[in-house]
Ligand binder design. Structure first.
Ligand code: URA
Length: 425
């Protein structure tokens, strides 16, 4: 085999064998195939695509490049969840505890923020003391005792994906459906839960901008998971507006706790969590056992909040945040943008709001950047709302930056609005 023949085959849409794909992945991970040739192959994949068989082979080759988590010692059925990334997406912090409160076990290996999207690990690290780097034994032990644990991606899992992702990031090859599928699915298969629910997001705040693209990715991830023997289902959900009203790490933890406290029991965030949680239960139990009502009940009766409290305690964090969210870090500065006349909010550019949150300190412009856990945005309106002159549109928070001018201009430009008349009574 040689890499030039392989690049040419993909360029001409000739299907590669599983052996050829494994040879590329192993060769690149071992440093035998140089970046330039791997980048050429990745670009050929980005432009010409891969078949379902090739995508499965790529996923398995990346999976085999590292070690696996052995969850066989956990007595409950294990069910994992993965979101393809969004803005204000704190669903794991709500759904994980709710599903665990209903009897399934949720071993969650999560990532950090990527581009304009947030990451569960960054959010949880805003809880004072919370440890996100658990050894496999401790991770398994928290799941076994409490049903829900979250740890960051272990270095030993899928090293091939780590190398290939870093190259994709600098060669314009991130936005490829087979490459995204194999990257996500190899890591999910390495965690080894019995079942997997995929939350594939589409819209202005997602990597997939259209529901068609999201459906294609969802279908490919389902078939790749099933070919590897996993019980898997993919939901396609809307990310045209931030999920909930908070964007930013401590702000999102606060909002997730407010849902689990029963203080937010309607709206898109709540509804999406109930849907995802019910689908996870159905996957785990292989049937519709009144799962929607059970998830609602686990939230309403406080049992899901109790699971989150114990997870925080077992992972070294301050469980008091579950009763008193003011124990979370609070921003030193804030700036509220108000309507200068009566307006109707037509839509929001969700990706741009994610970028504003990032420049306030909630995300990273380069990989070594330190986060400000208090930074972010609270939306005071949603698409479709009518706001009277003077009403708040959104509030920006930061502890590091007291000059909000750039963020304020960008945030305001991200709100598509038109003049309207609001009758005074
Ligand atoms: N998340 C991943 O882990 N990989 C991708 O390729 C895209 C999003």
């Amino acid at each position: 085999m040689n890499i030039i023949d392989i690049i040419n085959k993909t360029k001409r849409q000739t299907e590669l064998s599983a052996d050829e794909i494994a040879w590329v992945v192993d060769g690149y991970t071992a440093g035998e195939i140089p970046d330039a040739q791997m980048a050429a192959w990745l670009m050929a994949v980005r432009l010409r695509g891969l078949t379902e068989r090739e995508t499965s082979a790529l996923t398995l080759a990346m999976l085999r490049s590292g070690s696996y988590v052995d969850l066989s010692g956990i007595s409950a059925v294990t069910v994992d969840k993965h979101s393809t990334g969004g803005v204000g997406d704190k669903t794991t912090l709500i759904v994980g505890p709710a599903v665990a409160a209903c009897g399934a076990a949720v071993p969650k290996m999560s990532g950090r923020g990527l581009g304009h999207t947030g990451g569960t690990i960054d959010k949880l690290e805003s809880i004072p003391g919370f440890r996100t780097e658990l050894e496999h034994e401790e991770f398994i032990s928290v799941v076994e005792k409490n049903g829900f644990a979250v740890t960051s991606q272990s270095r030993e899992l899928c090293p091939a994906d780590k190398r290939i992702y870093a190259l994709r990031d600098i060669t314009g090859t991130v936005d490829s459906i087979p490459l995204i599928c194999s990257s996500i699915m190899s890591k999910k298969l390495a965690v080894g839960a019995d079942c997997l629910l995929l939350d594939v997001k589409y819209g202005s705040g997602a990597f997939m901008k259209t529901s068609d693209e999201a459906r294609r990715l969802a279908g490919l991830m389902e078939s790749t998971g099933r070919a590897a023997g996993k019980r898997v289902r993919a939901d396609v959900t809307d990310m045209n507006a931030p999920l909930g009203s908070c964007i930013g790490n401590a702000l999102e933890v606060r909002e997730a706790i407010e849902v689990l406290q029963g203080r937010i029991s309607s709206g898109q965030l709540y509804d999406t969590c109930v849907q995802l949680g019910a689908d996870m239960l159905e996957l785990a139990e292989q049937g519709d056992n009144d799962s929607v009502n059970r998830i609602r009940k686990a939230i309403a009766d406080g049992s899901a909040l109790e699971v989150l409290r114990r997870t925080i305690e077992m992972q070294g964090g301050d469980p008091g945040v579950c009763d008193d969210t003011s124990l979370l870090p609070q921003a030193r500065c804030s700036y509220t943008l108000r309507a200068s006349s009566d307006i109707r909010v037509n839509s929001v550019d969700c990706e741009e709001l994610g970028m504003v949150s990032l420049i306030l300190g909630a995300g990273r412009l380069s990989s070594g950047d330190r986060l400000d856990p208090t930074a972010g945005i609270v939306m005071e309106c949603a698409p479709g709302d009518r706001l009277a002159a003077g009403a708040p549109i959104l509030t920006l928070y930061s502890s590091l930056c007291s000059d909000f001018s750039e963020a304020a201009v960008r945030a305001l430009n991200a709100i598509d609005r038109s003049a309207c008349r609001i009758a005074a009574y």
